[in-house]
Design a protein around this ligand. Structure first.
Ligand code: TXA
Ligand code: MG
Length: 333
């Protein structure tokens, strides 16, 4: 059931549902989440069951503001505090040492916990209303089945989980890809998942070099958002440079009638498309705009029965890192 988020009664109903141990679909500025009371292990178990996600893959816990951190976290390193000050509320998740007594199920059994303070006004209103009912934080992975493309509208969430789920409609997500994740449990910040907030911004905010996962001696925990093959549409995704893409289209030729196979092209370059059987969509030149529409475009190609998606390689610059990461993993699936 989709509830209009502009109606305060919707927020109240969603907060009550969280308090009662039910799941709620909620908007954030990145993607929609599938939320539950992070301190209620039975409610958290419903998230894993609904998504079909292994229960040792940790979830992100959403808090209304930075004061919500102390409930879950033993100790906040100074650089993590600086990152909170610089980027919260916003699309940044921090992995911090967990207090042993709280959030074990949400943390997937890790001795750390991922926390994020979202900037979407409706997410903020819901977190405040839930806190007033005694819900300190809302565990919420992206509201999609395991391995699939994250949802960026309320309708996407309903398509994943059906009409029984209460979903707060907050419009289309502005960022469009999941939060940047920084591990703050290793003495220095480590980038676990790129997002809209770039390496350069993180380094400038805390004055430290941001390590990559590959630079770690001990591997980071296995987690869905970091699996090599993830974020996959039904169609097969292939990344190609613009020249190779044009050559492939020329080879298909004017007579191309894919039969069952329909090909979609998603590219920044202007290409000659030989046949109306090829769906062609221009990718925005701006990384933020491309991120905003990425998952909706992939879902739309799926809805049109496309079996192959040819995507033009993305610029190698840091502002494209989040989009590059998602498409590389979609292509690896
Ligand atoms: O933008 C987002 O972060 C969205 C919205 C809903 O807030 N949420 C999201 O959650 O993407 P999810 O569950 O799809 O991704 C959670 C990822 C895990 O796959 C893992 O990579 C990381 O967060 N994570 C969470 N807790 C962790 C922990 N204790 N240690 C290491 N990684 C953790
Ligand atoms: Mg996810």
């Amino acid at each position: 059931m989709i509830l209009d988020g502009r109606d305060p009664a919707s927020v109240a109903a969603a907060a009550q549902a969280l308090r009662a141990g039910e799941l709620v679909g909620l908007p954030t500025e990145t993607v929609y989440g599938l939320g539950a009371d992070a301190s209620n292990d039975a409610a958290v178990a419903k998230i894993y069951a609904a998504k079909g996600r292994p229960s040792n893959h940790p979830l992100i816990v959403h808090v209304a503001d930075a004061t919500g951190v102390d409930h879950y976290v033993r100790e906040v390193p100074a650089f993590a505090r600086q990152l909170m000050q610089a980027f919260w509320p916003g699309p940044l998740t921090l992995i911090l040492p967990r207090r042993p007594a709280v959030g074990a199920a949400a943390a997937g059994g890790q001795d750390s916990i991922g926390l994020r303070c979202p900037s979407h006004p409706l997410a903020h209103a819901l977190l405040l209303a839930a806190r007033a009912l005694g819900v300190h934080g809302v565990a919420a992975p992206s509201a999609n089945k395991f391995g699939r493309v994250s949802p960026t509208t309320a309708a996407h969430v309903q398509g994943e989980f059906g009409d029984a789920l209460l979903i707060l409609d907050g419009g289309a997500c502005e960022v469009g890809i999941e939060s940047t994740i920084i591990d703050c449990t290793r003495g220095a910040p480590v980038l676990l998942r790129p997002g809209q907030i770039t390496r350069a911004q993180v380094q400038a905010a805390c004055g430290l070099h941001l390590l990559s996962k590959e630079e770690l001696a001990a591997p980071a925990p296995r987690a869905s958002g970091t699996l090599e093959a993830h974020y996959a549409p039904q169609a097969k995704v292939r990344l190609m440079d613009g020249r190779a893409l044009q050559t492939a289209l020329d080879v298909l030729g004017r007579d191309f009638d894919g039969g069952q196979a329909t090909i979609a092209v998603y590219a920044r370059s202007i290409l000659r498309v030989p046949s109306s059987k090829v769906l062609y969509r221009r990718m925005p030149d701006d990384a933020a705009a491309a991120a905003q529409q990425l998952f909706a475009v992939l879902r739309d190609f799926d809805a049109q029965g496309v079996s192959l998606i040819w995507v033009e390689h993305l610029p190698d610059t840091s502002d494209w890192e989040g989009v590059r990461d998602r498409l590389q993993r979609a292509a690896a699936a």
